[in-house]
Design a protein around this ligand. Structure first.
Ligand code: 1GP
Length: 238
C-alpha cells in the first residue's frame, strides 16, 4: 500500500492512534487494537521521545493483531525497525539542533533503505503549549511561541519548499493546549502538502474542530491510553 498516497487524498480525513511502547502492556494494547479495528482507525503510529521497551516486539505484536497500516513515529534512531509498514522521517525544523534536523537521519538512512519500508519526509514543527513537553526536553530545542502564527507559517513553507512531503504541527504529547485552530488554518492557507496535527487532542469535538480548521490527519495518543473506548468517538468525528 502507498501510505503517502492515502494521506494526501484530500477528499478524506484520517485518524491515527499513537502507541508509545513504554506506556502499554499486551493487555492494554489488545483493547486499543480491538477498538481501532472496530472503529476504522486509518493508521497506527508507534514511537515516543524515549522508548525503552523493545520497539520490534511491540511492532510485531501490533502487526499480528491488526491490518491497519503501522508507521514508526521515531523519537530517535534506535526506534527504527523493518517490522512496520512505513516511517515518518521527521526533521524537527522548528528547532535548531542539527542532530534532529539531519544527524539522526544520516545514521538511519542506510538501514531504512535496506528495510524497504515506506519513508515519508515530514516537516516536524513543535509549537509551545503552556507546559514543557518531552520532545522539547529531549530534543533540546525551543518550540515556536503559540502567539507567533507567522513563524509557524514561514517554517511550514520552508519545509514545503525543501521538498518535505507533509507538515506535522505538534503541541507535544500530553499538551495542556492542542495547536490553536487559527494556526492550523493559517498554515492550511499557505501550503499544499498534507497537514498532520497532534498533541493534547482529547475528544471527538476537538477532532472535528481541528479537521474543520484544515488538518488532514489527526494524531491522538494520551487520551486513548487513558480511555481506549474513546476511539469510536474520535473516528466518528471524521
Ligand atoms: C505526540 O502528537 C502526539 O507526539 C500525540 O499527543 O499524547 O497528547 O495525544 P497526545
Amino acid at each position: 500500500m502507498n501510505i503517502y498516497k492515502s494521506i494526501s487524498d484530500k477528499t478524506k480525513k484520517r485518524i491515527a492512534i499513537l502507541i508509545d511502547p513504554d506506556k502499554n502492556t499486551a493487555s492494554s494494547l489488545d483493547v486499543i487494537l480491538q477498538n481501532s479495528n472496530n472503529s476504522g482507525v486509518d493508521f497506527i503510529f508507534v514511537g515516543g521521545s524515549l522508548v525503552i521497551n523493545n520497539m520490534g516486539e511491540t511492532l510485531s505484536y501490533i502487526k499480528e493483531n491488526t491490518s491497519i497500516p503501522v508507521l514508526i513515529f521515531p523519537g530517535n534512531v534506535i526506534q527504527i525497525s523493518d517490522k512496520a509498514d512505513g516511517l515518518l522521517f521527521l526533521s524537527l525544523i522548528s528547532g535548531r539542533n542539527p542532530e534532529y534536523l539531519i544527524g539522526q537521519h544520516v545514521i538511519s538512512a542506510p538501514t531504512l533503505k535496506r528495510s524497504g519500508i515506506e519513508v515519508i519526509s515530514t516537516a516536524y514543527i513543535l509549537i509551545e503549549n503552556g507546559r514543557t513537553t518531552s520532545v522539547e526536553y529531549i530534543s533540546n530545542t525551543l518550540p515556536i511561541p503559540a502567539d507567533k502564527p507567522e513563524i509557524v507559517v514561514a517554517t511550514a513553507l520552508a519545509g514545503e519548499m525543501l521538498g518535505m512531503k507533509m507538515v506535522y504541527l505538534e503541541a507535544g504529547s500530553g499538551a495542556a493546549k492542542s495547536v490553536a485552530l487559527g494556526i492550523i488554518s493559517e498554515v492550511k492557507r499557505n501550503i499544499e502538502i498534507p497537514i498532520l496535527v497532534g498533541g493534547g487532542i482529547r475528544s471527538g469535538e476537538d477532532v472535528s474542530r481541528i479537521f474543520a480548521a484544515g488538518a488532514d490527519l489527526v494524531v491522538v495518543g494520551s487520551a486513548v491510553e487513558e480511555n481506549p473506548h474513546i476511539i469510536a468517538e474520535l473516528c466518528s468525528a471524521r
